[in-house]
Design a protein around this ligand. Structure first.
Ligand SMILES: [Zn+2]
Length: 447
């Protein structure tokens, strides 16, 4: 049993080797069996007997007039925070966090968290995101939602010991329990990494404890780094080091055996910080709209990429964005650096799509996703070209970066399973989720 996606305009997002390929797209067919792409070519008609003999019946999905491309990778989200969409806007990060978000978080429970996460996966799947990297608390409930929805997710329980020595021990123990319970659930769709919140909310001793646990469990680290100027300046004042230098001095990037590190935001980096990231093979997540909305600034992403650091894209939580639409991040990433540096050749479209595809997938621990190729996981979306914003079609890469949006996403397949078809959700009850997320937000915001 499998699928034959027939006659699509295929944009495989093969990793760029040196100069961009001239025409990195073609019209053709994709055969999917179980969770993988088993064949892909301009015309698979002649191969159908052999494919069905090997894999069983293939159901045809007619795809003329659609782009078939890898599902988008949202490398930084806080799904539960969908509950707080619009709860505090146009405020400083400190006021936003202390006056709005923390009091709301105090009222959260597992049931509320699950509804927030359902609202987030509804939004992600509906807009073509097939994998995410999500951290927060109530992650047991979040993991269940992610598993049931069909999405692919790298999850992490946020870790801090900001309340004093020893205050983070329970959280780290919980993170290990979550790892034991969920690691590789859903045939590998669910992963747990360790998610120390940020250098400024974790002591040196706690970071080293987390590091030792990551090396023991052989899982990656997902940490917010250098998001604001305040964080950067405070680190210099307190430690005489930038946030990145401090993490480096603690050995966070030198675990033996090595585990991947995902550094989120990185708005405030020095040239030395960029060199450290390159040397230590750290990946970065760029969240352009969250950084703009909270007034954090514009990270020097072109310089980071020129230094050879892989940079993925994320939305951050819906409380600071305020949506989980990765198309907007793609467009923002392609635009803001051009404007800021007065240089329209920066962040070319093909490079930005790589960030939302193969670079992102690899950075969050799913290297078998993010491109369309035989043997890769079948995380595929169909983008409708017969829409007002998509014609005429001259260059598909340009169209996907500068014109497309969530309204163009027609079909979403994750791990070979259809989760959205002709804009209908197949694993999620949209009406119930919309009703319940409103009800829960009303309850949380009362008094
Ligand atoms: Zn975040």
């Amino acid at each position: 049993m499998g699928w034959l996606i027939k006659g699509a305009l295929i944009v495989p997002l093969s990793p760029l080797a040196g100069e961009a390929e001239e025409n990195p797209w073609f019209t053709g067919d994709i055969a999917v069996a179980e969770d993988k792409i088993v064949a892909m070519a301009a015309d698979l008609s002649a191969d159908i007997p052999a494919l069905t003999a090997k894999y069983g019946e293939l159901t045809t999905i007619p795809a003329q007039g659609f782009i078939a491309m890898p599902g988008l990778v949202n490398a930084h989200s806080h799904s539960v925070m969908n509950l707080f969409r619009g709860a505090g806007d146009d405020m400083s990060l400190e006021d936003w966090l202390f006056q709005r978000i923390f009091p709301l978080e105090d009222k959260l429970d597992g049931a509320a968290a699950a509804i927030g996460a359902q609202s987030a996966v509804l939004e992600m799947i509906g807009s073509g995101t097939t994998s995410c990297c999500d951290s927060y608390f109530f992650m047991d409930e979040v993991a269940q939602v992610m598993l049931d929805s069909g999405i692919r997710a790298n999850l992490g329980r946020g870790l801090t010991d900001a309340a004093g020595p020893g205050s983070g021990a329970g959280r780290l123990a919980e993170a290990e329990e979550l790892f034991k319970k969920w690691q590789n659930a859903g045939q590998g769709r669910i992963k747990f990494w360790l998610a120390p919140h940020a250098p400024y909310t974790c002591s040196d001793a706690y970071l080293q404890e987390i590091l030792a646990k990551a090396a023991e469990l052989q899982v990656g680290l997902n940490i917010h780094v250098a998001e604001t100027r305040t964080e950067f300046n405070d680190s210099l004042a307190k430690y005489g080091m930038t946030p990145v230098e401090r993490l480096n001095s603690l050995g966070l990037f030198d675990q033996v055996p090595r585990v991947p590190v995902l550094a989120v935001h990185c708005v405030w980096l020095t040239e030395d910080d960029r060199r450290i990231f390159k040397e230590k093979q750290v990946s970065v997540v760029h969240n352009p709209q969250s950084n703009l909305k909270l007034g954090s600034g514009i990270g020097q992403i072109p310089a980071l990429m020129a230094a050879g650091v892989p940079v993925a894209l994320g939305t951050d939580g819906a409380a600071s964005n305020n949506n989980l639409d990765l198309w907007e991040e793609i467009r923002a990433a392609a635009l803001i650096h051009k404007g800021e540096r007065h240089n329209p050749t920066l962040m070319p479209a093909a490079q930005v799509l790589q960030m939302a595809g193969p670079i992102g997938a690899k950075a969050i621990g799913f290297p078998e996703c993010g491109t369309l190729a035989v043997g890769q996981k079948a995380d595929i979306i169909l983008v409708d070209l017969d829409q007002p914003n998509m014609r005429p079609l001259i260059n598909p890469i340009s169209q996907l970066v500068y014109s497309a949006g969530p309204a163009n996403v027609d079909t979403v397949m994750i791990d070979g399973r259809l989760v959205l078809r002709k804009k209908e959700f197949l694993t999620l009850d949209k009406e119930r989720i919309l009703f319940e997320v409103q009800k829960k937000a009303d309850e949380l915001l009362k008094d």
